[in-house]
Design a protein. Structure first.
Length: 362
C-alpha cells in the first residue's frame, strides 16, 4: 500500500511521519522514500518541516482558503451577534427567516459560535460506544498507554509527601483491552525511571507466559522527555526507555504535541486514583503508603466496576475474553523504582502473588 492511501486510512498519521523523518535523517531521503513507498519530494517536505518546527511541523496544516470573497462583512457579523445576544434561544434558522439577515444558516451559526454565543453540546454516546467496541476487539495487552503523574499538586498528598519522603511521581501503564492499571513510583521524572518501570512490567508479563516478542504490542506515550529523551537528540538516537521497548520488540507510538486527549484512558485512571486514593488516605510511613497503593491497585483490577465497560471489572473482562490467561497477571505490586537501579531484573524477579488469585494448573 502506498503512502497516499496509508495517510487516507490512518487515524493518527503523526507517528508514521515521525518514523519516516527519523529514517531519512538516519539514512538517506531515497531509502526513506523506498521504505515508506512515497516520493523523495514528500520525504524532503516533512524533513524540512521537522527541522523548522520540530514535532509541530509533522502535524497537518489547515487547508482552509486564505481569502473568501463571499465572506460576510464585519458589520453583518456584528448584526448577527447583537441579534443573538438579544435572543439567546434563537438559532440560525429562525434568525434567517424572521430577520432576513445576510448569509446562509451555516454562516450565521459560524458567526455565533466564533463569538462564544453557542453552548457546547455534551459529548455524544455514539463516539464512546465506538471506542468501547474497538477495545472489545483488542487482544490482551495489544495496546497500552503510559504516562507520568506529578503527585505534588494533590492537596491531601503533598504534606505527607514532604514529611514522610514519599515519591513525587507516579509512573502508570493502563492496558486497554481490560482497562487494568499498573503503577510505579519515583522521586524524579526522567528516562531512567521510565525505562525501569517498562522493564518491571515486561518481566512481570514474561513471568506469566506473555512474551512481547511473540506478539505485536503497542505502548503509547506523550512526548515527555522521560519517554523520548532530549528534544535536541541526534538523528537515530534512542533513549533508554525506547531501547527497552526495542529489546522487547514492543512498538513505541508517540502522540502529536498538545493532544493529551489521545491518552484519555491513562488520564482517566490518574483522575480515579487521585479521587479514590490520594485524596482520602493517610499514611504513617512509606511502607504503609506502598501497601495501601497495592491494595487500591488490587481493588481497581479485581473488584472495581467500570461503567464505561458494561459495568465490569478488569478481572471480569479477562475471564470473559481471555480465559486461558492466568488471572494473576493483573497483580503487579507498585514499587519504588529507585530500588531497581542496583538490581538486575530477571525472569525470577520476586513478585508476590495476590491471595485473591488461584494459580491455574495445566
Amino acid at each position: 500500500m502506498g503512502y497516499y492511501w496509508m495517510m487516507r486510512r490512518m487515524s493518527n498519521a503523526f507517528d508514521y511521519r515521525l518514523k519516516m523523518v527519523e529514517w531519512a535523517m538516519k539514512y538517506t531521503v531515497s531509502s526513506a522514500s523506498r521504505e515508506f513507498r512515497t516520493t523523495r519530494m514528500t520525504v524532503r517536505k516533512w524533513v524540512g518541516r521537522f527541522k523548522q518546527n520540530g514535532l509541530d511541523g509533522l502535524k497537518e496544516l489547515s487547508r482552509a482558503p486564505k481569502h473568501i470573497p463571499h465572506k460576510m462583512s464585519r458589520d453583518e457579523e456584528a448584526e448577527i451577534v447583537a441579534l443573538r445576544e438579544s435572543h439567546p434561544a434563537w438559532g440560525a434558522y429562525r434568525m434567517k427567516n424572521l430577520y432576513a439577515v445576510a448569509g446562509g444558516q451555516s454562516a450565521i451559526h459560524r458567526v455565533m459560535k466564533q463569538a462564544g454565543l453557542i453552548k457546547r453540546k455534551k459529548k455524544r454516546w455514539k463516539k464512546r460506544k465506538e471506542l468501547s467496541a474497538l477495545k472489545d476487539k483488542m487482544k490482551f495487552f495489544e495496546h497500552s498507554q503510559i504516562d507520568t503523574k506529578d503527585l505534588s499538586d494533590i492537596l491531601q498528598y503533598w504534606p505527607l509527601m514532604r514529611r514522610l519522603g514519599l515519591a513525587r511521581y507516579e509512573y502508570t501503564l493502563r492496558e486497554l483491552s481490560t482497562g487494568a492499571g499498573f503503577m510505579g513510583y519515583a522521586n524524579s521524572c526522567n528516562v531512567t525511571y521510565a525505562s525501569k518501570f517498562a522493564e518491571y512490567v515486561i518481566e512481570h508479563l514474561k513471568s506469566y507466559g506473555i512474551d512481547p516478542k511473540e506478539m505485536e504490542l503497542i505502548w503509547q506515550t506523550d512526548n515527555g522527555s522521560e519517554y523520548i529523551g532530549s528534544v535536541n537528540k541526534r538523528p537515530g538516537y534512542r533513549c533508554a526507555f525506547q531501547k527497552v521497548l526495542d529489546e522487547a520488540q514492543i512498538n513505541h507510538r508517540q502522540i502529536p504535541p498538545r493532544c493529551s486527549w489521545l491518552q484519555g484512558d491513562v488520564e482517566t485512571f490518574h483522575k480515579l486514583v487521585e479521587d479514590e486514593f490520594y485524596d482520602i488516605e493517610f499514611y504513617a510511613n512509606e511502607e504503609e503508603f506502598l501497601g495501601k497503593a497495592y491494595a487500591y491497585q488490587l481493588f481497581f483490577n479485581y473488584l472495581r466496576k467500570n461503567r464505561n465497560r458494561k459495568n465490569r471489572a478488569p478481572i471480569e473482562i479477562l475471564r470473559e475474553r481471555f480465559p486461558d490467561v492466568d488471572e494473576g497477571v493483573l497483580n503487579l505490586p507498585p514499587i519504588r523504582l529507585e530500588v531497581l537501579l542496583d538490581r538486575s531484573l530477571s525472569p525470577g524477579y520476586d513478585v508476590p502473588k495476590s491471595p485473591l488469585v488461584n494459580k491455574k494448573t495445566s
